[in-house]
Ligand binder design. Structure first.
Ligand code: PLP
Length: 419
């Protein structure tokens, strides 16, 4: 089987390329699927070759093509990580991806790689609780200042008031965890451009975990860096923890890669092997989950015990977010949050009575999951940031799996009946 040509790559869909791109069976005994390269280190043909690879790694010269760079050590490179990275980049429509041991390793490594003392970041809320804690409690210890804006279709207007020459990046989760708030990436890009200068680009970073890469592709709207918790939809089976960062700019990518090598936040080869296998079914899983979510959101929106359903598929033309949804999203996905009438007591009663939904954090897996963000995933977020982000006591987050939607509706009905 020959390598795909550039024209073929441009012509073929990710779900086609995702089954064979980046792996040559004839380099592995004709194996149709990539084997798991469970090795920590790789043999050099001779000392000169080892010296050459290390020189390239340290920036002395460069291989003529990516294929010329040999394998060295699994903290630095490994075929399973590279196959996964190449295929994820195809899915995102970006040049390169770097895999990580978790979404938080991806986020923390990227933010540390691209910021230093005196730099400022404009960050939206809500974001995943761990991200908020890293930004506000850890990155600030290294002299980085964080400005907060409420996520939303008009977030760029608030961000514009905070923009100044020290701002190095704008950090967005869109749609945001847990309540699906969308932020206009294109408007944030034009704001960042106004403050970018030669050698000092203001980055737009987007955590695309909630609906990407099937239903959202932030780089189309100018995001420089796209981040994933691959633990979620990409892994898709609640059986691994991983992350990824995508970027088109070679110099930026090199910085992030160097920090991954130093901090050691790469996934192990078996995790990367599992991720590669999961990518093959990414689209069918996400589409099936979305079909169920649309039905379930419709049911919940008419329920007497529910005050509001935060689901992109329920937006109407008259809603201020609708135009942004149409522009930025290819679908509403399968995450939703509901405001249960009452507060924490009623929300807990609902959660404690679910029979099919598992009461567990995480999202994007084949099984449906439910949790209480204020007390669980976002528990460590500062109260004022929870308020800005709309993470309330009555909010329950639902991640819809691939079970029959009617069974899930039955489960929700009986649990809400006990509230
Ligand atoms: N980003 C989002 C949107 C998340 O929901 C999460 C985890 O829930 C993370 C990042 C962190 O990912 P991980 O748990 O893989 O470290």
């Amino acid at each position: 089987m020959a390598k795909f040509t550039k024209e073929e790559i441009a012509r073929l869909h990710p779900e086609t390329l995702g089954l064979s791109f980046g792996f040559d069976p004839w380099r592995s005994e004709g194996s149709v699927k990539p084997p798991a390269f469970l090795t920590s280190t790789f043999a050099f043909k001779n000392s000169a070759e080892g010296k050459k690879f290390f020189a390239w790694l340290h920036g002395e010269g460069a291989p003529a093509s990516k294929d010329e760079m040999g394998l060295v050590y699994s903290r630095i490179n490994n075929p399973n990580l590279e196959i996964f990275e190449d295929r994820l980049a195809i899915w995102e429509g970006m040049d390169s991806a770097i895999s990580f041991s978790s979404g938080m390793a991806a986020i923390a490594t990227t933010l540390l790689a691209l910021h230093g003392p005196g730099d400022e970041i404009i960050a939206c809320e809500p974001v995943y609780g761990g991200t908020s804690v890293f930004l506000h409690d850890i990155l600030t210890r290294f002299g980085v200042k964080i400005h907060t804006v409420a996520a939303g279709y008009d977030a760029h207007e608030h961000a514009a008031k905070l923009m100044n020459p020290k701002v190095r990046s704008i950090y967005i989760e869109s749609p945001a965890n847990p309540n699906n708030k969308m932020t206009d990436i294109e408007m944030m890009r034009s704001l960042a451009d106004r403050y970018s200068k030669k050698g000092g680009r203001v980055y737009v970073m987007v955590d695309n975990t909630m609906t990407g890469p099937v239903f959202s592709k932030p780089s189309r709207f100018g995001a420089d860096i796209v981040i994933y918790s691959a633990t979620k939809f990409i892994g898709g089976h609640s059986d691994l923890v991983a992350g990824a960062v995508l970027c088109n700019d070679k110099a930026t990518l090199k910085k992030i890669m160097a920090h991954r090598s130093s901090l050691g936040g790469m996934p192990n080869p078996y995790t990367a092997w599992l991720l590669t296998r999961s990518l093959e079914t990414l689209k069918v899983r996400m589409e099936a989950q979305q079909v169920g979510a649309i039905k379930i959101a419709g049911y919940l929106s008419g329920h007497s015990k529910i005050r509001k359903v935060h689901y992109l598929g329920l937006l109407k033309k008259s809603d201020p977010e609708y135009a942004l949804f149409k522009k930025q999203q290819l679908g509403p996905g399968s995450l939703m949050a509901v405001d249960v009438k009452g507060g924490e007591k009623e929300a807990f009663k609902f959660l404690d009575n679910l029979r099919i939904f598992k009461l567990a954090v995480s999202l994007g897996s084949t099984e449906s999951l439910a949790q209480h963000p204020a007390a669980m995933t976002h528990a460590a977020v500062a109260p004022e940031l929870k308020k800005i982000g709309g993470v309330t006591e009555s909010l329950v987050r639902l991640s819809i799996g691939i079970e029959h939607p009617d069974d899930l509706i039955w489960d929700l009905e009986q649990a809400l009946g006990k509230v």
